[in-house]
Design a protein around this ligand. Structure first.
Ligand code: BG6
Length: 509
């Protein structure tokens, strides 16, 4: 439970993120009785609303998206702590009015001058908002006696240079420990459990390396198309939307060395080391390592999905990828020679996020001819699957003798399921992250160097693609990306990427 009083100022409070995630997450914290008695939220956005209109919007968010359901009694308490003001993100007067409103709220509600500023806005206004917060003295380095923090959503930059520039801007105004860069994947229970699973048990870590692991696959698959997010997505693509942030985090947690202690700096030091060990790609060789594609029309989970190029807000000649697969290597002692294959896409055959650690085959395949398997090559049978979502759990696959007089070998599994073992599904990522931001724990937030090294590796891929586009333009041609039908597991080029290494994607069942 948070004892410290605090006002959470949400910039972009009238938007989607606030309605779908932030307000429901705070309500869920209230449901668990984790919020302080005088908890206060002040929404700030351009749209003019009264407090009551904002509360109505929040009510819709809670009824639609809260995992704790809706309780009228709790809602009455919760909603009276919600306030709203409208203003412009780049206007000094609006921020002076904000400062005044915060003073009033402080006096009325005894919130002790503690402010958590949450930037749930488009990235184009990150700089003006933070400049004005500093200029009006609402948050600055010297605010040490009060809680003054900035939580900043993704996208954090669109390439290495812009990420560095934003970091520099923020660090000119605030201290690193006041800046909370969010990646909501780190708030997921199953993602945090990667560390507990690896370093809280004695039996997995000794085989978590090149001597036993053949390769690693990380899949983040989604069934929906881009829907009405075309305007944003066409500028981002799968690489910026998912790979640079969420998937790099999954990779870092899977590959990192044990931290000295379980605290923010030690954990993040090791993640940075893992990211720095990712082999830098030569942009000229991008096609050897990366596949990008766009969805064509199809049906996913019973829903008709149009071709990406026909989606609203998408340039009909767009070369933005809705799917990306990346083969990479981690050049350190633990992982040398073990490829990591990452893939993510929209409009795929299933919604699933999982990490597969595929172990090597036994040195001598005594039973190879007894396995009924359509693949001509016998694939390694031992796979440890960390299922991040849905059906959160962990599964170990191995071969067993089917009962009977003959030796018939069949693939079986040992399963751990969160809901069966703990009697409930893991909570929402934003609950945990909001709690940590208020409590001042930065372990699950991204440090400056972490974001920059992730961008450095990703920008190499972007540069490779840029070169291809320039070449095509010079030849008077238009680049056309490979296609995959919506509702499938992606383009054939991605299958080929693994087939070249004698491997294949483990598609979830
Ligand atoms: C967001 C992306 O960061 O993550 C979305 O912008 C994506 O495109 C979402 O759908 C996936 O999050 P989750 O928690 O549903 O896996």
């Amino acid at each position: 439970r948070i004892e410290q009083p605090v006002v959470i100022v949400v910039f972009g409070a009238s938007g989607d993120l606030s309605k779908r995630k932030l307000i429901p997450a705070l309500y869920q914290l209230a449901y668990q009785n984790l919020l302080p008695a005088n908890f206060t939220l002040l929404g700030f956005a351009r749209t003019p609303y009264t407090d009551d209109e904002f509360r109505e919007l929040a009510r819709e968010g809670v009824t639609q998206y809260s995992t704790a359901g809706f309780d009228e009694h709790l809602w009455r308490w919760f909603s009276q702590n919600l306030f709203y003001m409208s203003g412009n993100y780049d206007d000094l007067e609006s921020f002076q009015a904000l400062a005044k409103r915060l003073e009033e709220l402080d006096a009325e509600r005894n919130t002790g001058g503690n402010y958590l500023f949450y930037l749930a806005t488009p990235p184009s206004v990150f700089k003006p908002i933070t400049s004005l917060i500093a200029e009006t003295g609402l948050c600055c380095r010297t605010s040490a006696d009060h809680l003054r923090r900035i939580v900043i959503e993704k996208p954090f930059g669109h390439d290495l240079e812009s990420a560095k520039d934003l970091n520099q801007h923020l660090l000119n105004l605030f201290d690193e420990d006041q800046i909370y860069r969010i990646d909501h994947y780190l708030g997921k229970e199953t993602v945090q459990n990667i560390l507990v699973f690896r370093f809280g048990n004695g039996i997995f870590e000794p085989i978590w390396n090149r001597n036993y692991v053949d390769h690693v696959q990380i899949t983040v698959a989604e069934t929906l198309g881009i829907g009405d997010r075309g305007g944003y997505y066409d500028k981002a693509g799968a690489i910026r939307d998912m790979l640079q942030n969420h998937m790099m985090q999954l990779l870092a947690l899977t590959a990192m060395e044990p931290p000295v202690a379980f605290d923010a700096e030690d954990v993040r030091d090791q993640k940075v080391n893992a990211l720095r060990s990712i082999r830098p790609l030569d942009p000229e060789e991008v096609d050897q390592w990366v596949v990008r594609a766009q969805y064509g029309p199809g049906v996913s989970e019973g829903q008709e999905i149009p071709a990406y190029l026909e989606e609203k807000g998408v340039d009909p000649h767009s070369t933005t990828e809705t799917y990306v697969a990346w083969k990479t290597e981690i050049d350190n002692w633990r992982w040398n020679g073990v490829p990591f294959y990452l893939r993510t896409g929209k409009a795929l055959a299933g919604k699933v996020t999982e990490i597969n650690i595929v172990f090597r085959k036994p040195p001598l395949m005594l039973f190879a001819n007894l396995i009924a398997n359509p693949n001509t090559q016998v694939p390694p049978s031992n796979v440890l699957t960390l299922r991040i979502q849905p059906d959160e759990g962990i599964r170990l696959t191995f071969d067993a003798k089917r009962p009977g007089p003959a030796v018939n070998v069949e693939r079986v599994a040992m399963d751990f399921s969160y809901s069966e073992s703990f009697g409930k599904d893991p909570g929402d990522a934003y609950e945990r992250l909001l709690l940590d931001a208020i409590l001042g724990d930065t372990t699950l937030f991204i440090r400056r160097d972490e974001i920059e090294v992730a961008w450095e590796r990703i920008t190499r891929i972007l540069n490779g693609w840029k070169m291809q586009e320039e070449k095509a333009a010079q030849a008077g041609k238009r680049l056309r990306l490979p296609r995959y039908a919506a509702g499938t597991w992606g383009p054939k080029e991605a299958d080929e990427l693994l087939a070249r290494d004698g491997r294949y994607w483990r598609n979830p069942h």
